[in-house]
Design a protein around this ligand. Structure first.
Ligand SMILES: [Zn+2]
Length: 313
């Protein structure tokens, strides 16, 4: 009887140990999934970068669109919808950049979730109205000063979600604003190296109007401000004429738009007996690939301005 009881105790002992191991493993797993960080979901790569900079160690950023993805055409997957549902803070560009995600953002407004539209409240005078669509041009990140202003919206949203760490976010934001001011001066100085008559950017779609307005360059795109419309043959013809007349040295392909339209433009110019080179690839609606210098917003802006200046100066 005594022996039997001992055996029984031993079995219970093993059972309890196994249970404890399982419970500890369970806790560890839970901690891993919910690491206490603020979950931010962003649409574009520019916004993911901004959220990482301002949130620092306190946030976990999940960017829906990777490098090279065109936000005008991006549709949400079922996975995206559940990631958005679980987020503490959702950040999107607005001004109809993410035109296929409109319904999702509209439904979020009904939920009690902090949602930030980065272009919210920017001064009318600084925004560019697009005649073709009758709406505002959404590519605000190409004016560094405008992007700096817009970054305050993300800061405010983050403070709303996590007021405990307010001071940290304000400090991160202030340091970044200084970096953006340095960048803004750098872009201006670089563009000044291009002869005035050659300050023309010709690309696949009209992403660079804010860049042109802020730094004094003329900007022409084969497609309008969205890539949703196809470039017509008339657009190719008139741009080709413009290049030949102006003796423009270079045109540019974009990282998030197929090259074929710009190559067709180059051919049309060649048919008129003039050679225009492809001056390189510009990052338009997405940052560069992770692991390169252009993986951050600042790196992308520097890379773009260097590509433009090298091709046109
Ligand atoms: Zn665009």
């Amino acid at each position: 009887m005594r022996i039997k009881l001992k055996k029984y105790n031993k079995i219970i002992g093993v059972f309890v140990s196994v249970m404890m191991v399982l419970m500890i493993a369970g806790c560890a797993k839970e901690q891993n999934e919910d690491n206490g960080k603020i979950k931010i979901v962003t649409t574009t790569t520019m916004l993911a970068d901004l959220a990482r900079v301002i949130g620092g160690d306190y946030v976990q950023v999940n960017g829906l669109m990777g490098p090279g993805i065109d936000p005008h055409l991006y549709k949400a997957s079922a996975g995206d919808v559940s990631v958005i549902q679980e987020a503490d803070l959702v950040v999107y560009n607005g001004l109809d950049l993410e035109s296929k995600l409109g319904e999702i953002f509209a439904s979020l407004e009904k939920e009690e979730k902090v949602v930030v539209m980065i272009a919210e409240g920017l001064p009318d005078a600084d925004l560019i109205m697009d005649e073709e669509t009758g709406g505002y041009d959404p590519h605000i990140w190409f004016d560094v000063n405008l992007w700096k202003m817009a970054s305050s919206n993300l800061l405010e949203g983050l403070i709303k979600v996590d007021p405990m760490n307010k001071e940290v976010y304000i400090k991160n934001h202030e340091a970044y604003v200084k970096e953006l001011e340095v960048l803004n001066s750098y872009v201006g100085e670089e563009v000044a190296l291009i002869p005035e008559s050659a300050r023309v950017i010709i690309t696949a779609h009209d992403a660079f109007q804010y860049f042109g307005k802020a730094y004094g360059m003329e900007v022409l795109g084969l497609q309008g401000i969205s890539t949703e419309s196809e470039a017509g043959t008339g657009d190719v013809k008139s741009l080709a004429d413009y290049i030949v007349e102006g003796q423009i040295k270079a045109i540019f392909v974009e990282s998030s738009v197929p090259k074929r339209n710009i190559e067709a433009l180059q051919e049309a110019v060649k048919a008129q007996g003039f050679d225009v080179e492809i001056g390189g690839e510009l990052y338009s609606d997405s940052l560069g690939t992770t692991g390169t210098d252009a993986e951050t917003y600042i790196g992308t802006m520097r890379s773009n301005v260097e590509t433009i200046v090298n091709a046109l100066k």
